[in-house]
Design a protein around this ligand. Structure first.
Ligand SMILES: [Fe+2]
Length: 138
């Protein structure tokens, strides 16, 4: 598949999170390029581990943000994050066991991330941007 570029349809309107999402897509692009170039398992695993580190840092920031705003969808959102991290960890284990990172697996990573940013991330972004004053009462 063609590698997707970050565009405004992915924006949450939260500058720190948007910058992290751009960087996340860049990291997957680095991984994708390494696989396309036919780099060895050690280099690919090295990039994958850097991606995992960045994903964990980013998810942790998002989760803190949701908790600090009492976002009601926190638990299910965290489950999505945990699922993705587990998949990445499994890829790392598979590479260590001599398996190649397939184009299908890379497509999964890209599609999952774009779907997540355009879907559930938008839900908490909207929630956090929503003004929450004291309702008018008569
Ligand atoms: Fe998220």
């Amino acid at each position: 598949m063609a590698f997707p570029e970050w565009d405004e349809s992915m924006a949450l309107g939260l500058p720190v999170v948007d910058a992290q999402h751009r960087e996340l897509i860049d990291w997957i692009k680095v991984l994708n390029d390494a696989v396309q170039k036919g780099e060895g398992a050690r280099i690919i695993d090295d990039v994958l581990q850097k991606l995992i580190g960045y994903v964990q840092h980013h998810f942790s920031d998002e989760e803190h943000l949701m908790l600090s705003h009492n976002f009601s969808g926190f638990s299910s959102h965290r489950q999505e994050h945990d699922f993705f991290v587990t998949r990445l960890m499994n890829m790392h284990t598979n590479i260590e066991n001599g398996e190649e990172l397939s184009a299908k697996t890379l497509d999964f990573l890209i599609e999952w991330l774009i779907h997540h940013i355009k879907g559930t991330d938008q839900d908490y972004g909207r929630f956090i941007r929503m003004p929450r004053g004291v309702p008018n009462s008569i």
